[in-house]
Design a binder for this molecule. Structure first.
Ligand SMILES: [Zn+2]
Length: 420
């Protein structure tokens, strides 16, 4: 069954086909060519063979042979006719074949996970939200996630296999090795072979990514291309960032740590100890968890406030809670102003539970950024709340999953080709 999707159409990227400077053997070159053709169709840049000839810069016969092969293997399908200009015959319209396979995604936050199954044409077939606590450790959490994903998979239409899975976690990851790396709020997860374990259970390639990176990617691909470079700042239990390049791709940095902004120290911040071992990190003084601790100490009669208390009190305009959010916004604004100077993004997106509860956070960050950053960096800057909200991570995971299936490696598998 296809569910109404909370996601808008996501822009998929389409790398250029191999040219004369690409030094690979003929079989690999052909797989790269097929991948490029499929991704041009998936991205919407081409919907006919004639479009593909123009967009890929390949000979008509090469495109024709490639498209026929992709049709024969159920990667593409014919989707009616498209009228052509002038008196030419209508062109056959090409589309990704929904029966080509599925992508499973699991977007884990500190206390909950969004799980979904989509086909290669981005149609949502199943979606659920489950409560988890990443602090329970990888075995307990992944047992639960796997069992829910297998349930989703069992409900998919028969015959179409799961081609890839993407899992996001709220901590730094080494995507190449598929392991979390010293994640501060995920005890027991350091070095745990997340992708190897899921690959065994699900029987398909699995990608591991940081949750804020997924949100950044999802947000960027739901927006027009001119909204990149994009910086995503998540203010939730912790504070994290994700960077999208001008080309619309994730910027991981040399070791995958790019955008991990929660442990930047901010001038004038109180000397509060952070989970990372330093003091005065932006996450320790301005995250939802930090606001909850302050709130607990300020509420008459004492007591402990939770992140949900913060969210609820800010939503109804409680003066104490709103005041604390404004203080946090001023500190986060200092960090964002510095990042805006450094990276000159077209858009800064603010996401996470505090941003979702009220516009106070956005307004406070905006005020500081426009006051502190120089005009050249802010002249065309858009500073806005997330357009996808809690589904931004699912969107990013969907993009990564489908692009993996249509990559040269993924297409090689789909074609049943043996590649070394
Ligand atoms: Zn820290």
């Amino acid at each position: 069954m296809i569910e109404p999707s909370p996601l808008p159409p996501l822009r998929l990227s389409a790398p250029a086909p191999p040219d004369n400077t690409t030094r690979v053997d003929a079989a690999v070159r052909w797989t790269l060519t097929l991948s490029a053709l499929a991704r041009l169709v998936a991205s919407g840049e081409a919907v006919s063979k004639a479009d593909l000839v123009a967009a890929a810069g390949l000979a008509r016969t090469t495109v024709s042979t490639g498209v026929d092969e992709l049709l024969a293997h159920g990667v593409l399908e014919l989707d009616g006719l498209r009228p052509t200009a002038g008196r030419g015959r209508p062109a056959e319209r090409l589309a990704l074949c929904p029966r080509g396979g599925f992508v499973l995604v699991a977007d884990l936050g500190a206390h909950g996970a969004h799980l979904a199954a989509l086909d290669l044409s981005q149609r949502l077939h199943a979606h659920t939200h489950v409560d988890i606590d990443v602090a329970d450790g990888p075995d307990a959490v992944l047992d639960a996630i796997e069992s829910h994903l297998l349930t989703l998979r069992a409900g998919l239409p028969g015959g179409a296999p799961v081609r890839a899975a993407v899992i996001g976690v709220p901590g730094p990851v080494d995507g190449r090795r598929g392991v979390p790396v010293r994640p501060p709020i995920m005890p027991g997860w350091h070095g745990y072979p997340v992708t190897a374990r899921l690959r065994r259970r699900l029987g398909c390639p699995v990608l591991l990514e940081n949750d804020v990176n997924l949100r950044a990617l999802g947000e960027a691909r739901a927006l027009p291309a001119d909204q990149a470079p994009l910086l995503f700042v998540k203010v939730g239990t912790g504070i994290g960032g994700g960077l999208i390049t001008q080309a619309g791709e994730l910027h991981h940095g040399a070791d995958g740590a790019a955008g991990d902004i929660g442990h930047i120290r901010v001038r004038g911040a109180p000397d509060i100890a952070c989970v990372c071992g330093n003091v005065g990190c932006i996450e320790a003084v301005a995250s939802a968890a930090a606001i909850a601790v302050r709130l607990g100490s300020l509420v008459p009669g004492g007591g402990i406030a939770t992140i949900n208390d913060v969210r609820a009190m800010v939503s109804r305009g409680d003066a104490t809670a709103v005041g604390l959010v404004r203080e946090a916004a001023a500190l986060i604004g200092e960090v964002v102003a510095t990042l805006v100077h450094f990276y000159n993004p077209a858009r800064v997106t603010i996401g996470g539970s505090v941003a979702a509860a009220s516009d106070e956070l956005l307004a406070g960050i905006r005020a500081v950024v426009y006051q502190r950053a120089l005009p050249l960096a802010t002249r065309n800057l858009v500073l806005a709340n997330s357009v996808l909200g809690e589904y931004a991570g699912v969107a990013g995971a969907t993009v990564l999953g489908i692009e993996q299936v249509l990559s040269a490696d993924g297409i090689g598998v789909l074609m049943g080709a043996r590649r070394s």
